[in-house]
Design a binder for this molecule. Structure first.
Ligand code: FAD
Ligand code: NAD
Length: 463
């Protein structure tokens, strides 16, 4: 009976959700395949998302440090120059190391990569359009991990030359004279930072009343000030109405203000689940507002078809997709796969970085939860002073009655690394007191987290 299947488990999509699911499945003894249409594994994140954007952020952070920060350390270097082509070549090298890494892990775990465009034709069959023709693949279990694509505004269509999505903005052949960013979300602020640091004028047009809507408002207010000081022009509450190409320029029109002339326009107004044209609806996979609907086990309710990652909506984050991949496979294997969403951290890799986990102050107010707040600024942290990176703060929200950690928000140096401690605390249902009583090495940035935890009880030492 088992022989009628080519595989125990097939994953559609080789992004962080899909490839991690495939590896976990192989670990659990499933004969596994992964269908991916691109010429490299790793998905949006590895090919055109997390990894190349962080490579450019690291390159340009270094450029910015040489330009603005060495002098205060007593280091005199001439004005740095940027070789954009060399920066992109490095970025591609970083991407290749990671995509090759995934391919190596597939070989190590004996996972077959079926390269081609996959389509679900029944709950246990996929048809793959490969370079060698069509191939039908039968599997006992299927995981849909087809990811997401950028949202395109009907009045601001991509021309992929001057009006681009994030993939285009990761590959500008030159430093734009003037870059207009439509959407002051994560992509807008990260990729805006990359080109700002290299000398572009960057104007962010955000529809909401502030950039980074949904993050803790106090942290965003402070971040907004820092970004403006860096040179960002931020116009929140601005409605873009259209754009017109004029040679190598783009004229962007906005409601109630003069048109803006730009060299390039990055449209970063969100991503949408990529679920069309893959047979999902024909096979009866339930959809809800454009995303695949699943239960708490990631089951679609159809045969043994599961779905994970950006394709099922929620926060579109690589680590969330990965954890869902592991959880779905473990559920298929009869284990108890589960993702603790409260402990999923969110990071914006600007400089300073912004990182958060758990509830924002606004969310607690809305839910009527009584809370206490502890805050500690990096200007009072010895290591931050030594680094010359004193902007920002750590803010902890704890339950007023039980002291349980409800949220932690950071604007500051290496916030992306500092947030791991807070995610662990929330996962373990720790109290602020637990963090406050933990010995933190001195002098380190994590001491700011400890101090904020002490602050919840009004007993900070260094403030
Ligand atoms: P994807 O990574 O989108 O993978 C889906 C894969 O399925 C793709 O490779 C696609 O080619 C393949 N596929 C789809 N349909 C088919 C088909 N029919 N046949 C074959 N293959 C198919 N997240 C973070 O957590 N941290 C970050 O720093 C971060 N930075 C980002 C920066 C940018 C510029 C962008 C755009 C995104 C970033 N993200 C980041 C978000 C992150 O990339 C996504 O949340 C993550 O990739 C989702 O993983 P996934 O596996 O669900 O989908
Ligand atoms: P986003 O949701 O973070 O931001 C989109 C922004 O565009 C919002 O601020 C929104 O108010 C604004 N907006 C929407 N319509 C607009 C309009 N017509 N005019 C002006 N502004 C408008 O989305 P994104 O930045 O495109 O990123 C997409 C996804 O990728 C995010 O969900 C994010 O989770 C993920 N991502 C994560 C990271 C990270 O983890 N560091 C980095 C990049 C992307």
């Amino acid at each position: 009976m088992a022989d009628q299947y080519d595989f125990d488990l097939v994953v559609l999509g080789g992004g962080p959700g899909g490839y991690v699911a495939a590896i976990r499945a192989a670990q659990l003894g499933f004969k596994t395949a992964c269908i991916e249409k691109e010429d490299a594994l790793g998905g949006t994140c590895v090919r055109v998302g997390c990894i190349p954007s962080k490579a450019l952020l690291d390159s340009t952070e270094l450029f910015d440090q040489i330009r603005h920060k060495t002098e205060s350390h007593g280091i005199r270097v001439g004005a740095p120059e940027i070789d954009v082509a060399a920066m992109h070549a490095r970025k591609q090298g970083v991407v290749k190391a990671n995509t090759d890494g995934v391919a190596f892990l597939f070989r190590k775990n004996k996972i077959e990569w079926i390269r081609g465009i996959g389509r679900l034709t029944s709950p246990e069959t996929l048809e793959v359009d490969t370079a060698d023709g069509k191939r039908a693949v039968r599997a006992k279990h299927v995981i849909l991990a087809s990811g997401s694509v950028p949202v395109e505004l009907p009045f601001l269509k991509f021309d992929h030359e001057r009006i681009v999505d994030s993939t285009g903005a990761l590959a500008f052949p030159e430093v734009p004279g003037h870059l207009v960013v439509v959407g002051g979300g994560v992509i807008g602020m990260e990729l805006g930072s990359v080109w700002l640091r290299l000398g572009a004028k960057v104007t962010v047009l955000e529809m909401a009343p502030s950039i980074l809507p949904g993050m803790d408002a106090e942290i965003v207010r402070q971040a907004d000030k820092v970004f403006r000081k860096q040179g960002f022009e931020i116009r929140a509450g601005t409605r873009v109405t259209g754009a017109e190409r004029k040679g190598d320029k783009v004229v962007v029109t906005v409601d109630g203000a003069d048109p803006i002339e730009a060299d390039y326009v990055l449209v970063a107004v969100g991503r949408r689940a990529y679920t069309q044209g893959m047979g999902y609806e024909e096979v009866g996979i339930p959809m809800e507002r454009g995303v695949i609907a699943v239960d708490e086990r990631y089951h679609t309710g159809v045969g043994s078809v599961y779905a994970i990652g950006d394709a099922i909506g929620g926060r579109m984050l690589a680590h969330k997709a990965e954890e869902e991949g592991v959880a779905a496979v473990e559920n298929i294997a009869g284990k108890h796969g589960h993702v603790q969403y409260d402990a999923v951290a969110n990071v914006v890799y600007t400089w300073p970085e912004i990182a958060s986990v758990g509830a924002t102050e606004e969310e607690l107010k809305e839910k009527g939860v009584e809370y206490k707040v502890g805050k500690f600024p990096f200007s009072a942290n010895g290591r931050a002073r030594a680094m010359g990176e004193t902007e920002g703060l750590v803010k902890i929200l704890a339950d007023k009655r039980t002291d349980r950690m409800l949220g932690l928000h950071i604007l500051g140096p290496r916030a992306s690394d500092l947030i791991a401690e807070a995610a662990l605390a929330i996962e373990f249902q720790a109290s602020a007191e637990d963090i406050a009583r933990t010995v933190h090495a001195h002098p380190t940035l994590p001491e700011a987290v400890k101090e904020a935890a002490l602050g919840v009880d009004g007993r900070m030492i260094h403030m």
